[in-house]
Design a binder for this molecule. Structure first.
Ligand code: ADP
Ligand code: MG
Length: 598
C-alpha cells in the first residue's frame, strides 16, 4: 500500500495557515493590506482580548462585488494578479489569494461588504466546520471583516500565542508600521472599547511621524530626501542623542511596503556611528524606492521581507543618505555632543577636585593609627563593623571613585554602582514587605510620549503602582505622573522621567518576576548618585555606612563590581618594593648586616 498521499484541500489550507497567520497581528496585517489594496482612505481596527477573541477591520474601500463574495474565501482566489508577468511587478500588498482562505481555516469569519457599483451588499459567514453562507446585507460602500476565536480549534497554535497584552501590543505595532508609511490613510485602533491609535487621513508624512512618536521626538526630526542612481530614499530620522534602547523604532519600507531587514538597520546605525552611545539605537522611518522591477515581494509567507536586486548597493545608499542628512543637521561642535552623552557609564575625565593626599601623610596617619590605636574623630576614619574594620576615607576622584584605606589595602568604590546596590536592596525589601515608601508629587509631572509608549506605560500602571509610581492618562500622547518611589524623589523632573520610561519599556513585554526585578534595578539605577556628582566626605561616609549594611554589596544591581581592593602586596610589587634586591638595598641603607643569603 502506498504511504504517500496527496493531502486534501482543507488540510493544505491549515498547513499554509501556519505560515500566513501566526497571531492576531498577522490577521490584522492581512486585513489592513486588503483594505489598502481596495483603495480605502480610512481603516478602523477593533480588537478584543488582544485580538484572540475578536478582530474587526472596517474600511471605506471599493467593496467586493456580489458575485465575488463566495469566491474571495477560496484558496488562491485573488483579483490582483492573473498572469505570470504580473508577479514581476506587484503593486498591490496582496497577490497570493491566501489570506481570507487561511483565516476561515483557523477562525470564524464574517465578511460584510458592498461594492461601490452595487445597491445591495452581501454578508458571508464562514464558521469552521460549517458550510459558507452568503446573504444580502445593507451597508455603506466598503468592507468589514470580523474574525473571531482565532485558533480555537487549533490548540497547538493557540498555545503559542502570548498574553492578551502582548498580542494586543503586536497588533498595535503592525498598525504603526502601516500608518507610518501610509500617512495619506486614516487609521484607528480600538482595543477593548478604548481608542488607542487615531491617525486622521490626509496627514503629511511629518505630521504622521510626529503623531506616532510624540512631540519630544518630533522636535528633533530630520528629513531625509535622497536620490542616487535609480534609488530614492525618503522619510525621517531623529537627531541624536534622542534614541532608543532597542531597534523598536527603526521602520523601513520598500515601495511603501513595511519590511524588516537587519542590513538596513545596520546601515542606519553605522551612519549614526559614534553619535549614539553603544546600546542606543536610532529612531527612523525610511521608505526606499528602487525600480519596481528590482523588487520581488513574493519571498516571505507573511510578506515581512522582500528580495531586492543589488541589495548591497542599496544598503550603502541608505547609509549615505542618513549620513548626509545627519551631517547637514548636526551642529559640528563636538563638545556639545559629548556632554549630551554623559551619563553614569561615560564620564568626561577631569582630575581637578579632591586631590590625593601625599604619601607622607598617608604613612603618618597609618603609623599613628597602628601604634596607638587612636582614632581622631575629625579625621576620616570610619568603623564598619559589618565589613569588619576601620576605614580611612581618602576622598573622591574623577567624580566617580571613592578611595579608602583599609587593612593594608587601597579600596576603590564606584559611587554609582555602590549606591545603586544600596537602593536596590532597600527597594526590594520594601516591595517584599508590601511597604513601599512613596513620594506624592506636589505638582504632578506631565510626560509627552509616543502613542504606543503611552499605551504600554498605562498597561503597566498597576505594576508600577506596586513600587510607588502612579501614572494615569492625561489624554492623547500624555501621561500624568503623580507619585514616585521615595528614593527617586530628588530626580522628579520631566527629562529624568522620560529616560526612565524608555528604560522601563526596554525591559520587555511580559510582566514576570524578572520584569519586576528589572524594574527595581532600573529604578535604583535612576535614583542612585551618578558619576560626575561631587561628594563631600560626610556624604561618602554615609554611603559607606549604608553599603556596609547592604547584602550583596560587592556588586551593583546590574552585576558590575562596586568595590575593588588593591592590596599592599600588589602596590609594593608594582613599585618594586619587594624581592631580594629591595631587601639588600634596604639593609645597606639602614646599616643592617647582610648575613642571610637572601
Ligand atoms: P489577496 O489579497 O492576496 O488577493 P485575500 O485572500 O487577502 O488575497 O483576498 C482575496 C480577494 O478578496 C482579494 O483579491 C480582493 O479581491 C478581495 N478582498 C479582500 N478584502 C477586501 C477588501 N477589504 N475590500 C475589497 N476587496 C477585498
Ligand atoms: Mg490579501
Amino acid at each position: 500500500m502506498s504511504r504517500i498521499r496527496v493531502l486534501d484541500d482543507a488540510l493544505v489550507t491549515l498547513i499554509a495557515a501556519g505560515e500566513v497567520i501566526e497571531n492576531p497581528a498577522s490577521v490584522v496585517k492581512e486585513l489592513i493590506e486588503n483594505s489598502l489594496d481596495a483603495g480605502a482612505t480610512h481603516i478602523d481596527v477593533n480588537i478584543r482580548g488582544g485580538g484572540i477573541d475578536s478582530i474587526v477591520v472596517s474600511d471605506n474601500g471599493s467593496g467586493i462585488l456580489k458575485e465575488d463574495v463566495p469566491i474571495c474565501v477560496l484558496r488562491h482566489s485573488t483579483s490582483k494578479i492573473s498572469k505570470r508577468a504580473d508577479l514581476d511587478a506587484i503593486m498591490t500588498y496582496g497577490f497570493r489569494g491566501e489570506a481570507l482562505a487561511t483565516m476561515t481555516a483557523v477562525a470564524d469569519v464574517k465578511i460584510t461588504t458592498r461594492h461601490r457599483s452595487e445597491e445591495i451588499g452581501s454578508q458571508l459567514v464562514a464558521r469552521i466546520g460549517a458550510d459558507v453562507s452568503v446573504t444580502p446585507s445593507n451597508r455603506s460602500t466598503g468592507t468589514r471583516v470580523e474574525v473571531t476565536d482565532l485558533f480555537s480549534r487549533v490548540p497547538a497554535r493557540r498555545k503559542h500565542l502570548g498574553s492578551e497584552r502582548v498580542e494586543g501590543q503586536r497588533v498595535h505595532e503592525v498598525m504603526i508600521k502601516h500608518a507610518i508609511v501610509r500617512n495619506d490613510v486614516g487609521f484607528r485602533l480600538i482595543r477593548d472599547g478604548e481608542v488607542i491609535l487615531d491617525c486622521p487621513e490626509g496627514q503629511s508624512a511629518r505630521e504622521r511621524v510626529a503623531l506616532l512618536w510624540g512631540s519630544d521626538v518630533a522636535k528633533n526630526l530630520v528629513e531625509v530626501r535622497y536620490r542616487e542612481d535609480q534609488i530614492q530614499i525618503t522619510g525621517f530620522i531623529v537627531r541624536p542623542p534622542v534614541s532608543r534602547g532597542n531597534r523598536g523604532r527603526e521602520y523601513f519600507s520598500v515601495l511603501k511596503r513595511p519590511i524588516e531587514d537587519q542590513r538596513l538597520s545596520k546601515a542606519v546605525e553605522s551612519a549614526y556611528s559614534t553619535l549614539l552611545m553603544s546600546g542606543r539605537f536610532p529612531i527612523c522611518s525610511l521608505d526606499i524606492s528602487p525600480p519596481i522591477s528590482h523588487v520581488d515581494a513574493n519571498v516571505h509567507p507573511a510578506k515581512r521581507e522582500v528580495r531586492i536586486q543589488n541589495i548591497d548597493e542599496l544598503v550603502s545608499t541608505v547609509r549615505r543618505a542618513v549620513k548626509l542628512a545627519l551631517e547637514l543637521e548636526t551642529p559640528p561642535e563636538v563638545t556639545d555632543t559629548l556632554d549630551a552623552f554623559v551619563d553614569e557609564e561615560t564620564v568626561p575625565y577631569r582630575y581637578d577636585r579632591q586631590p590625593f593626599e601625599t604619601t607622607e601623610r598617608y604613612e603618618d596617619t597609618l603609623i599613628e593609627q597602628q601604634s596607638f590605636g587612636q582614632i581622631d574623630s575629625t579625621a576620616d576614619i570610619l568603623h564598619l563593623e559589618e565589613i569588619g574594620g576601620v576605614f580611612r576615607v581618602i576622598g573622591q576622584i574623577m567624580e566617580v571613585y571613592l578611595l579608602l584605606e583599609f587593612d593594608e589595602a587601597l579600596v576603590v568604590i564606584d559611587q554609582h554602582a555602590a549606591h545603586e546596590r544600596v537602593l536596590y536592596e532597600i527597594l526590594r525589601k520594601q516591595v517584599n514587605e508590601g511597604k513601599t515608601a512613596v513620594q506624592e508629587l506636589l505638582e504632578p509631572i506631565v510626560l509627552h510620549l509616543d502613542t504606543s509608549d503611552v499605551e504600554r506605560i498605562l498597561e503597566l500602571a498597576d505594576v508600577l503602582e506596586d513600587i510607588g509610581y502612579s501614572v494615569s492618562s492625561f489624554g492623547g500622547n500624555e501621561i500624568l505622573v503623580s507619585s514616585l518611589p521615595e528614593i527617586l524623589g530628588k530626580r522628579a523632573n520631566e527629562d529624568e522621567l522620560i529616560s526612565l520610561v524608555d528604560r522601563i519599556l526596554d525591559i520587555g513585554e511580559d510582566v514576570t518576576e524578572k520584569f519586576m526585578d528589572d524594574l527595581l534595578r532600573v529604578t535604583a539605577c535612576h535614583s542612585a548618585i551618578r558619576a560626575g556628582q561631587t561628594l563631600s566626605n560626610s556624604e561618602i561616609r554615609k554611603l559607606l555606612l549604608e553599603l556596609s549594611k547592604t547584602p550583596n554589596r560587592y556588586n551593583c544591581a546590574h552585576g558590575r563590581p562596586t568595590i575593588l581592593r588593591i592590596d599592599r602586596e600588589e602596590l609594593d610589587r608594582r613599585f618594586g618594593r619587594t624581592g631580594v634586591a629591595y631587601f639588600k638595598r634596604y639593609k645597606a641603607r639602614h646599616g643592617i648586616k647582610d648575613d642571610l643569603d637572601l
